[in-house]
Design a protein around this ligand. Structure first.
Ligand SMILES: *[C@@H]1O[C@H](CO)[C@@H](O)[C@H](O)[C@H]1NC(C)=O
Ligand SMILES: *[C@@H]1O[C@H](CO)[C@@H](O)[C@H](O)[C@H]1NC(C)=O
Ligand SMILES: *[C@@H]1O[C@H](CO)[C@@H](O)[C@H](O)[C@H]1NC(C)=O
Ligand SMILES: *[C@@H]1O[C@H](CO)[C@@H](O)[C@H](O)[C@H]1NC(C)=O
Ligand SMILES: *[C@@H]1O[C@H](CO)[C@@H](O)[C@H](O)[C@H]1NC(C)=O
Ligand SMILES: [Zn+2]
Length: 541
């Protein structure tokens, strides 16, 4: 172990140290309340620190005795080599005779409280045996097992809410001493459990992971969570003093969340608090337990353009009354290989508009973007990206993908912005009831910027509000096929309902092609030829 660190404590801190130790505070919590911000002081084993603190408080009053630390103080430096329930493990670690037989006899010594149980009444064990090398090994093992690729990581720590209550009680306990005698000025100066925990653990975890930087901000978060069986019991009284602060929440186990507890503590008066909660806090019956370690990488965003060559493929899974109508979808065909390349847990798919199930998307394709949730791989080289695109292309004849690339979350917004102003080009195969001749349709080519009033189509009325929208067809051209068929090309404002323009939707779209040609017309096939959104940027081959 590293050589002992000189604790940066001053003579005037002595009464606080004494008071905290006898109340059952662990050594690191004592440092916190003395506002010690020297990280190294927290990094040494807490048992070492405890010995130093005991020496510190006994040095003046009992001159010379300082070299004789309490024989019953915990000696194990094998940090964490105990079960997480310190009160159980203590029996097996130390010769039972020492504690059980000796302690009750010397009950007047100041640091007495510390000897009865190892569990700190303030941090509930978090800064004791839950904070050291073996915990770091566990965290590192989990991270390694999940096989993420990352350069840096950030530790996030979630603590049971009653730590705030206990912290408040302890503050009230030492407040008078603090104000008059020590260098501590305010409750906010007290080092937080979370901070102290990170000061100890960041370096240890970094070392276990072969020197990766553990930083305060990173794309990759490793979540360490502690819970305690007495959270509700400790916090319960706050619900009677501030009913508004606590609301049952659906996805939380307890309504005593940290935020709610902090809010309630801000509102309660000191005297009222002291009526309901012991000061100093009493010993807990057990220490916190560590929950499974949760790894989370921020989302990666991937964008590209897709072609759809099939007239029986929906864009997204088509489910009616819980039953699947089509075996696949554009979204799924693209997502499956992408998810497996980035080893992501899930995705959100969005695109610049969408086509109907029976409409093809040709030309350069339709821009799309995907949010990949919790990707275990967050970067692909240009070559890997090209290979992924090829895998998608090879997987089906129904779709193809181009310009596949990683984009930023912000850039994704560009796909949606100004969507309404963009233009789209289509080709439709038209059927006419009355026979036509070549000359009958040439007038269509002359029509420019035709404004349509489109009532919400009948076929989408179940999911869209009824409204009349104006849309512009910028240009059209007609190519004669036979007396009942021709190809109609259109360049329109985005959002124009093409099918309704052709058949009229029972007069709900005006003007419509039936009126223009003075015969019933219908649309047999529709292709999107281009979606004029210049995002994402083209990737040169
Ligand atoms: C604790 O340490 C002992 C000896 O150092 C070792 O044999 C034992 O496996 C350790 N137990 C745990 C749970 O790590
Ligand atoms: C970890 O991921 C890499 C790719 O990033 C892969 O090559 C390797 O086989 C994976 N290892 C395990 C144990 O899954
Ligand atoms: C993305 O998907 C997740 C779950 O799949 C969902 O919780 C989240 O709200 C979605 N986000 C967006 C922006 O759609
Ligand atoms: C995938 O198909 C699209 C459309 O045909 C093509 O532009 C692109 O180059 C293809 N990409 C690869 C890597 O095969
Ligand atoms: C895609 O198919 C081509 C032609 O069959 C093949 O040469 C290539 O290796 C395939 N690529 C991938 C990534 O599967
Ligand atoms: Zn503590």
């Amino acid at each position: 172990m590293s050589p002992a660190v000189m604790l940066p404590l001053k003579e005037k801190d002595k009464p606080i140290v004494q008071k905290l130790l006898s109340a059952g505070c662990c050594a690191r919590c004592v440092l916190r309340f003395c506002c010690v911000s020297v990280h190294a002081a927290y990094r040494q084993p807490h048992q070492e620190t405890l010995k130093e603190l005991q020496t510190f408080i006994s040095s003046d009053t009992e001159n010379g005795k300082s070299q004789d630390p309490d024989p019953a103080a915990p000696e194990s430096t094998e940090e964490d080599n105990k079960s997480q329930d310190a009160s159980v493990s203590e029996a097996s670690d130390d010769p039972p005779s020492k504690k059980a037989k000796l302690d009750p006899g010397v009950s007047d010594a100041p640091p007495e409280g510390v000897k009865e149980s190892d569990v700190c009444m303030l941090c509930l064990g978090i800064l004791q045996d839950l904070c050291g090398p073996s915990r770091a090994v566990k965290i590192a093992e989990t991270v390694k097992t999940e096989n993420y690729t990352f350069d840096t990581l950030v530790l996030s720590v979630s603590l049971p809410a009653q730590l705030c209550v206990r912290e408040h009680s302890c503050w009230l306990h030492v407040k008078k001493e603090v104000r008059e005698k020590s260098s501590v000025l305010d409750k906010d100066d007290v080092i937080q459990v979370k901070e102290a925990f990170k000061w100890v653990m960041q370096g240890l975890v970094a070392k276990e992971l072969g020197g990766v930087a553990v930083v305060t901000k990173s794309q990759f978060e490793v979540g360490v969570e502690f819970i305690h069986p007495e959270t509700d019991a400790d916090c319960h009284f706050l619900a009677t003093t501030c009913g508004d602060c606590f609301k049952p929440t659906k996805n939380k186990l307890s309504m005593f969340t940290r935020m709610a507890v902090v809010k309630a503590l801000e509102k309660i008066s000191d005297s009222k608090f002291l009526k309901h909660f012991p000061c100093p806090p009493t010993r807990p019956s057990s220490s916190c337990t560590a929950q499974d370690i949760q790894c989370l990488h921020v989302s990666v965003f991937v964008a590209g353009r897709y072609n759809k060559f099939c007239r029986s493929l929906p864009q997204t899974p088509w489910v009616i009354d819980g039953e699947r109508r089509m075996e696949s979808s554009v979204e799924e065909l693209i997502a499956a290989p992408v998810l497996s390349s980035f080893r992501a847990d899930g995705f959100n798919f969005s695109s610049s508009g969408r086509e109907d199930v029976d409409v093809r998307t040709l030309g350069n394709g339709r821009p799309f973007a995907m949010e990949l949730l919790n990707p275990h791989t967050s970067r692909l080289s240009r070559a890997e990206m090209k290979q992924l695109q090829e895998t998608i292309n090879n997987s089906s004849d129904k779709i193809k993908v181009r310009d596949l690339q990683i984009v930023s979350r912000e850039a994704m917004g560009r796909m949606k912005e100004g969507e309404e102003e963009k233009t789209k080009s289509y080709t439709a195969l038209i059927w006419t009831q009355k026979p036509i001749q070549r000359e009958d349709i040439t007038f269509i080519d002359e029509i420019k910027d035709l404004t349509l009033d489109q009532k919400t189509p009948l076929r989408v009325l179940h999911r869209r509000a009824l409204a009349v929208r104006q849309r512009v067809i910028h240009t059209m051209n007609a190519r004669f096929l036979d007396p009942h068929h021709f190809h109609l090309g259109l360049r329109t404002q985005a959002g124009t309902y093409i099918k309704e323009f052709v058949h009229g939707d029972f007069g709900r779209t005006k003007p419509n092609l039936c009126q223009l040609l003075k015969t019933d017309t219908d649309i047999l096939e529709l292709d999107v030829e281009s979606v004029d959104v210049d995002w994402p940027p083209a990737i040169p081959e």
